[in-house]
Design a protein around this ligand. Structure first.
Ligand SMILES: [Zn+2]
Ligand SMILES: [Zn+2]
Length: 252
């Protein structure tokens, strides 16, 4: 099994090392049929992309797509910010993009100071609260609300640096049509978590989350994980030539 398109890659617009074109050339060399450019949302410290740059990025993506005759999508990897499941992207700004990914990043700025102590956003709460049942329930609720209350196409690396109940999150994703990412870069979810999500009816997408061009399309961990769980074309949306239909309406 191999992926036919990679829907999660970073460029110099956030803290990737390559340009849009570098990533695209890497994707083309692997025979992929599409690549999404999904740099970090604006509340990712120092490197987050402000929506005011979306127009400039769109021009870049269009130029590279045209010159290389290749399908390039413009997206973002938004941050899940609070126990209320807020993300750092408005619907209005999301409409300027082709695809919306969202995930939890330990260092993202929450909207209110007290939220630092609600989700394990920083080193302190992360180690104090890690793995307590109450914390896990709160984290899980945040993820469920994030996918329920925002039109997120892909939930990235679920379980990375945050303890969540992947059965509950998988059920929520299945109910609303958000794909759950199997992440090679962060090696999440783990086997048990992915199995729980699969049993809950979640559909998966396998992405590289490449931060350098050489890693675009490289998904060994996630492909092995899918294989171990017996997940195939019916459960993983981007390992065949079937069109991938995203929650926000894009078909690739
Ligand atoms: Zn991420
Ligand atoms: Zn990423």
């Amino acid at each position: 099994m191999k992926i036919t398109a990679d829907f999660h890659s970073h460029t110099r617009y956030s803290h990737g090392t390559g340009t849009v074109e570098d990533n695209v050339l890497a994707a083309m060399s692997l025979g992929l049929r599409a690549l999404a450019i999904t740099d970090h949302g604006e509340r990712h410290p120092l490197v987050g992309v402000k929506p005011s740059r979306f127009d400039e990025m769109r021009r870049d993506v269009l130029t590279v797509a045209k010159e290389n005759r290749f399908r390039v999508l413009l997206g973002i990897e938004a941050n899940i910010l609070s126990p209320r499941g807020e993300i750092d992207l408005s619907e209005e700004d999301a409409d300027k993009l082709d695809i919306v990914l969202a995930g939890f990043h330990l260092t993202a700025y929450p909207p209110r100071f007290r939220d630092y102590f609600a989700l394990p956003f920083n080193g302190l709460t992360r180690y104090i609260c890690k793995n307590s049942a109450r914390q896990k329930a709160m984290n899980t609720d945040a993820f469920v609300r994030a996918v329920t209350e925002n039109r997120i196409d892909v939930l990235t690396h679920p379980g990375f640096r945050i303890d969540v109940d992947l059965k509950a999150v998988g059920e929520a994703c299945a109910a609303v049509g958000t794909y759950m990412e199997l992440s090679s870069r962060h090696r999440t979810p783990d086997l048990k978590g992915a199995e729980a999500a699969a049993n809950a009816g979640a559909k998966f997408i396998i992405n590289s989350d490449a931060h350098k061009p050489a890693l675009v399309g490289k998904c060994d961990y996630a492909l092995e994980l899918a294989d171990k769980l017996g997940l195939g074309e019916d459960e993983v949306v981007n390992v065949s030539d079937r069109p991938v239909v995203f929650r926000r309406g894009l078909e690739v």
